[in-house]
Design a protein around this ligand. Structure first.
Ligand SMILES: *Cc1c(COP(=O)(O)O)cnc(C)c1O
Length: 354
């Protein structure tokens, strides 16, 4: 299957009970089984199946499988929001006194979350520029995770994924990439060496602004077998390339319970079908708008990675052949002017809806 076909048909075998062509919304908290023994096996993770929707649900699983197919991952775990996806992914790996190295240009919510982790004996180093050189000098024995966004929201710094992945491979560090802004239509970070890919599905993947959600895609890394990741040792032995997801499902995802609802999974499944078409249009519009704004006499410092005066142009050309997504920033000289500009937009009107 080509990418666009995967968005519609990837990992979907149809509903055997009714022949429904869409994934049914299984609104059931619990699932019954013939015997208590069978139930026990599923509960203990010895057999696949459904028991309780905090742990697994067929509608949610259909979404997880669809996005795993689109990203080229071995598995995925859907969560109640992008923030819970990031929290669960990093906490699946970290132990007290461990360290995360993060790009400083990350989404504000992620920055705050990482800052708060310092209250729990975790160390976070923010790097203004996250590349081979800066990583080389900042990595310590306690560094377990390197975290970055494909294209930073809203700094719009373009990550040199291949270079960072290479350092993480050499030092056996888990490389987590937030690809919310770029989506699997523009880039598949696993193919560049990312170990885990995160999305806030609330944005482009859902696409219709009707469901908050997140997802953690497992690239099937072999790194977890190392003694350094002692929490994974039983999972690495038993589940091999599924070690990350196995631990996540059996431990923190289940413990915290930030499960995506069956309804939101359905809305995401409908949304993701048009992801390719939408991203193509978003990129074309953003590219044209960025060009136009950069020639406007009253606007300075238009920031879009595919403008040829951007300091990230080279990287953007290398990684984002199809477009650099649809965030543009620019400077108007003062906050007053910026607010005036926003208030005079005709289609996006903050505060004018009532
Ligand atoms: C929105 C966003 C998040 C947070 O996702 P929510 O679904 O709002 O919790 C994380 N990362 C990026 C890059 C985002 O844009």
């Amino acid at each position: 299957m080509e990418f666009q076909t995967k968005l519609i048909h990837g990992n979907w075998t149809g509903d055997n009970h009714t022949g429904a062509t869409n994934v049914p919304i299984y609104y059931s908290n619990a699932f019954k089984h013939k015997t208590a023994k069978e139930l026990e096996h599923i509960f203990a993770g010895r057999e696949a199946g459904y028991v309780y929707s905090r742990i697994a649900n067929p509608s949610v699983e259909a979404f997880e499988k669809r996005i795993a197919a689109a990203e080229g991952g071995v598995a995925a775990v859907a969560t109640a929001s992008g923030m819970s996806a990031i929290y669960l992914a990093v906490m699946n790996i970290l132990k007290p006194n461990d360290e995360i190295i993060s790009s400083s240009g990350v989404f504000g919510g992620t920055y705050n979350l990482f800052k708060h982790l310092e209250d729990y004996q975790l160390k976070v180093k923010f790097l203004e520029t996250l590349d081979e050189e800066s990583l080389g000098s900042e990595i310590s024995d306690r560094t377990k995770v390197v975290f970055a966004e494909t294209i930073g929201n809203p700094k719009l710094d373009v990550l040199d994924m291949e270079a960072v992945a290479k350092v993480c491979q050499k030092k056996n560090i888990i490389f987590i990439v937030d690809s919310t802004i770029t989506t699997p239509y523009l880039i598949r970070p696993i193919s560049y060496g990312a170990d885990v890919v995160i999305h806030s599905t609330s944005k482009y993947i859902n696409g219709n602004s009707n469901a908050i959600g997140g997802v953690i895609v497992d690239g099937g890394s072999k790194k977890y077998g190392d003694d350094k990741f002692s929490g994974f040792s039983q999972y690495a032995k038993r589940f091999s390339r599924f070690a990350f997801t196995a631990k996540l499902r059996k431990e923190i995802a289940k413990d915290i319970g930030a499960a995506l609802s069956p309804m939101n999974s359905f809305l995401n499944l409908v949304g993701i079908e048009t992801l390719g078409l939408r991203m193509k249009a978003h990129c074309a519009n953003a590219g044209e708008l960025a060009q136009y704004l950069s020639t406007h006499p009253k606007i300075n410092g238009v920031n879009y990675p595919l403008l040829n005066n951007s300091s990230y142009y080279g990287l953007a050309k290398k990684y984002y052949e199809k477009g650099a997504s649809a965030i543009i920033t620019c400077r108007l000289g003062s906050k007053e002017k910026a607010f005036n500009f926003i208030d005079n937009l005709k289609l996006t009107k903050p505060g004018k809806c009532r």
